[in-house]
Write a protein that binds this ligand. Structure first.
Ligand code: HEM
Length: 437
């Protein structure tokens, strides 16, 4: 539980500049608000996302008819069957990741794993979202890497802060929440890819862009020249907005989870050994997608990491009209921003006994906390993270490959440090020593 919840209780109010806020860390009400009462909170957060196509992405859209239309086109790209087609690029990229760190395992020198995990997560999203193969550790100047980093680097942008805290003013001043040139780069890239695929009928490519084009139900009755009307149900701008949001929502979150998982494995060598033994028993270096998600230790470690360190420490809902908070009788004024903190809820002893203990067994077998209503690292309700299964697959493959190849150790004095004030729980550094298995 966080300090404020300890002090003020699970439900308390506040202000952010002129925005009325409700901090809601009561798990039952938080879940009900996100599910049963979600229609009363159609807005995620009325921050100004800027004039680019990012504002047309699922994350920043109000849950209206357009959001429903796009979500119904995007969701099928993340079903187990479709994701199975991305296992092979994920496996190839994890092999590359393993190769990059081998020299350091040979010398046993202290390294910051963040750089290599960042390379892995960047390459996975570039390949699986856009079908572009890069090796970002070796080619840090690749335009995809450079522009993605510019978009992701939001913590230093004053305009971004204005877009959050003074959205009306930011819109009036035409400020941009994200680096405009970098977003335009991704727009051009998306248009180029979409156009090429429509022309060459290469739309079957198994990346997220390809799956969106496929699910968009191409309107073959229109003239064969490329135009918007050939994409039934979703425009090219909207596809571009989703492509960019996959980078923003999918890169840092998965990166931070992978960092924390390695941290816990290094800190608790007994879990590292249990995981290694489980994976060796499963068959070395050859993964069956359907089997990976059945492995209790691997999945327990990932779930427990996400419980203790949900990368998005909070998620939001905003009401457009005055309304009641679920059935509590408590009235919320129009435009109240509700902040739900999985970080605080996951550390509440009433929901998870002995909450600070790293215990993957919480997620084993019949009593697994996976279905505990208080467990919500990916949010809840109709706006639940659309990339959840994608991220879980990526983490399973990356971690499994890593542990099969290396032992990891951490200095007992090493402490995780974070950037102040960010809702993204991403460690600044992860200094470890590796040795070969
Ligand atoms: C460990 C990794 C990840 C975590 C912990 C995570 C967490 C979250 C959370 C908490 C939300 C808000 C949910 C809500 O408001 O109820 C969210 C939304 C979203 N996430 Fe993720 N995410 C992860 C990875 C990904 C990936 C890999 C992608 C895409 C490839 C992605 C795409 C999205 C999108 C598009 C939304 C907005 C959905 C909507 O509003 O319809 N996320 N995520």
């Amino acid at each position: 539980m966080d300090e404020a919840t300890k002090r003020f209780g699970r439900i308390y109010g506040g202000f952010r500049t002129t925005t009325k806020m409700l901090f809601l860390n009561d798990a039952k009400l938080a879940r009900e608000l996100s599910t049963k009462y979600s229609h009363k909170f159609p807005v995620r957060n009325s921050l100004y996302a800027g004039s680019s196509n990012i504002s047309k992405s699922l994350f920043f859209m109000e849950a209206n008819e357009d959001w429903k239309r796009i979500r119904s086109i995007v969701t099928p790209a993340f079903t187990s069957g479709k994701l199975r087609r991305m296992i092979s690029p994920m496996e190839r990229i994890s092999n590359n990741f393993i190769d990059h760190i081998r020299p350091y395992a040979k010398t046993g020198e202290l390294i910051d794993m963040k750089r290599f995990i960042g390379g892995f997560t960047m390459d996975v999203i570039a390949s699986c979202a856009y079908g572009i193969d890069i090796d970002s550790v070796r080619t840090p100047n690749h335009p995809v890497v450079v522009n993605a980093k510019k978009i992701l680097n939001v913590d230093v942008s004053i305009s971004f802060l204005f877009c959050i805290f003074f959205p009306g003013f930011a819109k009036f001043l035409r400020l941009e929440a994200f680096d405009k040139k970098a977003v335009e780069y991704f727009d051009d890239l998306t248009f180029e890819i979409v156009e090429k695929r429509l022309k060459s009928d290469e739309k079957q490519k198994p990346d997220l862009l390809g799956l969106m084009i496929e699910n968009a139900d191409l309107d073959q009755n229109h003239n064969p020249h490329l135009n918007e009307s050939r994409l039934k149900g979703i425009s090219k701008d909207e596809i571009s907005g989703q492509g960019v949001i996959f980078f923003i929502a999918g890169f840092d979150t998965t990166h931070a989870t992978f960092d924390h998982a390695i941290y816990y494995l290094a800190k608790y060598p007994e879990w590292q050994e249990r995981l290694y033994n489980e994976l060796v028993a499963e068959s070395k270096n050859s993964f069956d997608f359907d089997r990976l998600k059945e492995l209790p230790i691997l999945n327990g470690i990932i779930s427990e990491t996400l419980r203790l360190n949900p990368p998005l420490t909070e998620f939001h809902r905003e009401c457009k009209e005055e309304c009641e908070l679920c059935d509590t009788g408590l009235r919320l004024p129009k435009n109240t921003l509700v902040l739900i903190s999985p970080y605080s809820i996951h550390r509440d002893p009433e929901y998870f006994p002995d909450p600070l203990k790293f215990d993957p067994e919480r997620f084993f077998g019949e009593n697994s906390q996976e279905n505990n209503k208080a467990y919500m690292p990916f949010g809840a309700g109709p706006r639940l993270c659309v990339g959840m299964r994608f991220a879980q697959n990526e983490l399973r493959i990356g971690l499994a490959k890593f542990i099969l190849n290396y032992k990891v150790e951490i200095d007992p004095d090493f402490k995780l440090e974070y950037f102040n004030g960010s809702i993204l729980l991403s460690p600044k550094r992860l200094m470890v020593r590796l040795s070969e298995r």
